[in-house]
Design a protein around this ligand. Structure first.
Ligand SMILES: Cc1ncc(COP(=O)(O)O)c(C=O)c1O
Length: 483
């Protein structure tokens, strides 16, 4: 077979589809199961007719006047907001649009350091000064917690020039912040509240789920409709609900950032996901919550795995979307990545993410009890068969530098950089983002002063030959700085 007769991506996905992998990852429709039957059962040949371009009959995402406009109005009504914008490049583009529309170049914004990487991209695109808040490490659960309302108020008092506050809620682990309190504080000081609710498009649809950002009073909030509800990948929504911001600016920014050839299948799937959530969401999430809680109990009956409960999270001042199962593996003698690989290879189960300490299993509208049984049976099996010595890993982050000397955008555009040995990097200005996993948050950001503590932390990682995202060279002996 000639090389050019191969289609590696198609072949890989086609072969994988035959294995009927049990999905604990996004998208939430779980191999199509959760998609509204009216949509799911269309023959593929009909679906390809949905793949069109912009003309009056199908409306324009950039200037909607008919079906897209009506679908966006229905979405806004479903979430109780002033306006909803459909996004076809995920919450990634939504996060960037929020920063670019709420702030102007040179403004500062208060943001937790464990924000998704689209936030740093948004900070660079918008030309902002980030005011980082250090997340809290919980060494019993081996996860990071977003800033508390008190930390946010402290930051606003210390940096009154900040234009906006950016919060991620829920986090990847399903932990939600006290958004009611945060919204009250942020608005009391006349600031704008932006919320990355990528993992929370479903919160609104069941009373046993934490309060959603739109209900708590966010000015702008982005949701990945594809992550837990039934939209196709990349289908997301940006909700506008603000007396402080100009909706026309938001509209312009979104239009600047999105493709002129949106995928109408994705748009239709966002529309159908909203319809399904409003008509059947309560029943669907009643079932998902019950399955997740039963699964959590079974996991907590194993000897070496545990999954924290809503009560444990509430005791820490936060809330939990229980449909997310974070499985701590540290007592098993394996890393989360190793258990992830065993689940995939031996049990045909794919989780969404894994690090040294935890696995994250995401449930969605398409999840079934048989999936949860398969996961809990597999974990019980691994628990019996494989366990070794408990690992004494400790989730640690250094105290992060908060001195921003240059704007990340300035550094990004500057050609005046050089590499210096890590041993001599303290005092220099970073020209690089370095993100060790775990904890998965950047310990260096372009434009900030490098501290001795951060150098030592990175040197320690480099001795263990742990790879750090963004390191650019094979070994982490040097770091790029501003000349
Ligand atoms: C917290 C958070 N925000 C934003 C995103 C980006 O969302 P999307 O994949 O829809 O672009 C992710 C992706 O995983 C995320 O975890």
């Amino acid at each position: 077979m000639s090389k050019q007769s191969r289609a590696p991506i198609f072949e890989n996905l086609y072969n994988r589809s035959k294995r009927k992998v049990i999905s604990f990852h996004t998208p939430g429709h779980k191999n199509g199961r959760g998609i509204d039957p009216k949509f799911r059962d269309l023959p593929a040949k009909t679906l390809f007719h949905f793949d069109v371009t912009v003309f009056p009959e199908v409306d324009s995402l950039h200037d909607p006047v008919s079906s897209i406009k009506r679908a966006q109005i229905l979405m806004a009504e479903a979430y109780g907001v002033q306006h909803s914008f459909f996004l076809v490049n995920g919450s990634t583009v939504g996060n960037q649009a929020m920063l670019m529309s709420a702030c102007s170049p040179g403004d500062s914004i208060i943001v937790s350091r464990n924000a998704h990487k689209s936030i740093l991209a948004g900070i660079i695109l918008a030309g902002l000064w980030p005011i980082w808040i250090q997340p809290k490490v919980d060494q019993n659960l081996d996860i990071l917690f977003d800033p508390t309302p008190e930390q946010i108020e402290q930051a606003i008092i210390q940096f009154p020039e900040a234009k906006a506050v950016f919060v991620t809620s829920p986090t990847y682990n399903g932990v939600t912040a006290d958004l009611l309190k945060i919204s009250e504080i942020v608005h009391r000081y006349g600031k704008v509240l932006l919320v990355d609710e990528a993992h929370g498009p479903h919160l609104k649809f069941h009373e046993d789920l934490p309060i959603s950002a739109v209900e708590a009073g966010a000015d702008l909030c982005v949701q990945s409709t594809h992550k837990i509800l039934s939209a196709l990948s990349q289908g997301s929504v940006l909700h506008f609900n603000s007396e402080l911001l100009d909706i026309n600016r938001v509209k312009k920014v979104i239009s600047m950032l999105q493709t002129t050839s949106p995928n109408y299948l994705t748009l239709a799937s966002i529309d159908m996901a909203r319809r399904q959530a409003v008509l059947h969401g309560e029943k669907i999430f009643e079932r998902v919550i019950k399955m997740a809680e039963e699964g959590r109990k079974k996991i907590n009956n194993t000897k070496h795995f545990f999954s924290f409960t809503r009560k444990e999270i509430q005791a820490r001042g936060y809330d939990l979307d229980v449909s997310k199962l974070t499985v701590n593996v540290t007592k098993s003698g394996f890393s989360g990545k190793e258990v992830d690989a065993i689940l995939a290879k031996e049990y045909n189960i794919q989780v969404d993410a894994a690090d040294l300490f935890n696995l994250i299993a995401i449930m969605g509208v398409g999840s079934e009890k048989s999936d949860v049984d398969a996961l809990t049976d597999a974990l019980a099996d691994i628990d019996e068969k494989y366990h070794g010595q408990a690992k004494n890993w400790i989730l640690q982050i250094p105290s992060l530098s908060t001195e921003m000397v240059m704007m990340p955008r300035e550094v990004f555009l500057s050609k005046k950089t050089k590499r210096v040995p890590l041993t001599k990097a303290a005092g220099h200005i970073s020209a690089q983002t370095l993100t060790p996993y775990p904890p998965g948050i950047p310990v260096l950001i372009p434009g900030e002063r490098i501290t001795k503590e951060i150098c030592n932390y990175l040197l320690n990682l480099s001795e263990k030959e742990l790879r750090v995202s963004g390191q650019e060279t094979d070994t982490l002996r040097t770091v790029k700085v501003v000349c």
